[in-house]
Design a protein around this ligand. Structure first.
Ligand SMILES: [Zn+2]
Length: 140
């Protein structure tokens, strides 16, 4: 896969961009840092608290132009053990109920289901062609 497409596919779909401006921003970034550095920073940002909220994820071009790969974001805390030691079952149950539904899911090891990806190019973008769903990026 081409470098730009590889980076683009790794970027959260909601803020992924294509086109001349995005490509130019990517090429400019590559003059300053290798692709591996960009991808590693991107993976770190994807684990951050900030990026758990989609509207706080910067647009792809903005991320590149702002040299966001030089930043390390605070990562979301790992889930606590499900059963706290030393609590009675009643206390455990109460404590469990006091958690938000989101936190309960997290502690049960539930992670957001991955949206389906194109087997050919790894894109998450799909469009309908007639009644068939095809990849928006490569047409597979
Ligand atoms: Zn594809």
């Amino acid at each position: 896969m081409e470098d730009f497409e590889q980076f683009r596919a790794a970027y959260p779909q909601a803020k992924r961009e294509a086109g001349t401006r995005a490509r130019a921003a990517f090429e400019a970034a590559l003059q300053k840092a290798p692709l591996a550095t960009l991808l590693a920073a991107l993976e770190q940002h994807k684990r951050s608290e900030q990026w758990e909220i989609p509207r706080y994820i910067p647009a792809m071009t903005y991320w590149l132009l702002g040299e966001h790969w030089t930043r390390t974001l605070r990562e979301a805390a790992p889930p606590e053990p499900i059963t706290p030691i030393g609590l009675s079952p009643a206390d455990q149950a109460q404590r469990w109920r006091s958690l938000s539904p989101q936190e309960q899911l997290r502690r049960m090891g539930y992670t957001k289901p991955e949206p389906p990806r194109c087997p050919r190019c790894g894109s998450y973008a799909w469009v309908y062609k007639g009644d068939r769903q095809v990849c928006a990026d490569c047409g597979q």
